[in-house]
Design a protein. Structure first.
Length: 280
């Protein structure tokens, strides 16, 4: 599937006790029919009131705490396999996430919870009292390519840099360096964001553990929240990414609501050969 272009593979293990290993996730990622930015593995629910436990893997096999685009894809899959519901509650490492349907059968809203701004909650490796902008730059000190990002945790760490033109930045080269910067002990998602007007953002993202992506839901939430904190934009914005568009609302109760599309591409049966290659 894909969520606004974000490549998502949903693996339904609700009838199995198997836990996907990092090696297995990487093996699934390299198969052309199952390649992904995020792998959403569904397990039977363990918390009352939820319909599934979701483990989320990045392309490199590492675990992710949150994936908003992937969560919407999971909602579509559950609609197809369990029957349509207006509201669902799922469990991730981020916590319990509520998914609702605003009307369009291929559009879902995910309550991504509340953003975290304290330096040790993001986390950073050293204290910053004001995380609306931190001391970090790329390039010459007098004329940096990128500087003073906002940082926020939306279930995973994000750094948001403000630029005049997202197409002018070589994110494929800068992204890996910043993802692994010593300031980010758990690595970070790196986004470059252009504020078009107070209701519109344009952005590109280098995703932690996945690389350049056509869309990243939690990054869109991080950008929207950071723009609002700096009074660059309103609390309800349209976020354009290379793969598609998301609506992000930082609601009055401090929760961030992400609304966007999903698209089903294919159904695939995993073969034993994938897992045999891991053992080999």
């Amino acid at each position: 599937m894909n969520g606004a272009g974000n490549k998502i593979t949903v693996l339904d293990l609700t009838d199995s006790d198997h836990i996907v290993s990092e090696d297995e996730a990487r093996a699934i990622a390299v198969e052309p029919q199952t390649t992904f930015d995020q792998l959403m593995v569904l397990h039977a629910p363990r918390t009352e009131g939820t319909v599934a436990l979701i483990r989320i893997y990045n392309t490199d096999g590492s675990l992710a705490e949150a994936c908003g685009n992937g969560t919407r894809c999971v909602a579509w899959h559950l609609d197809e396999t369990q029957g349509s519901q207006d509201t669902r509650l799922v469990e991730t490492a981020r916590g319990l996430l509520t998914i609702t349907k605003p009307g369009n059968p291929l559009t879902y809203t995910v309550d991504m919870g509340t953003p975290r701004f304290a330096w040790d909650e993001i986390p950073l490796s050293e204290p910053f009292q004001d995380t609306r902008f931190i001391e970090l730059h790329v390039g010459p000190a007098g004329d940096p390519i990128l500087s003073s990002p906002a940082v926020v945790n939306m279930g995973n760490p994000h750094a948001v840099f403000w630029v005049d033109d997202t197409a002018s930045i070589g994110l494929d080269k800068i992204g890996p360096m910043l993802e692994h910067h010593p300031l980010f002990p758990q690595r970070a998602n790196i986004s470059i964001v252009q504020v078009v007007d107070r209701q519109t953002l344009v952005m590109r993202t280098w995703e932690r553990g996945a690389g350049l992506t056509l869309a990243c839901g939690s990054a869109a939430c991080a950008a929207a929240v950071s723009a609002a904190r700096l009074r660059r934009a309103e609390r309800h914005v349209t976020v354009h990414q290379p793969g598609g568009t998301l609506q992000i609302e930082w609601a009055d109760n401090d929760h961030v609501l992400m609304t966007g599309p999903v698209e089903h591409e294919r159904d695939v049966m995993l073969t034993d050969a994938i897992f045999t290659s891991v053992a080999a």
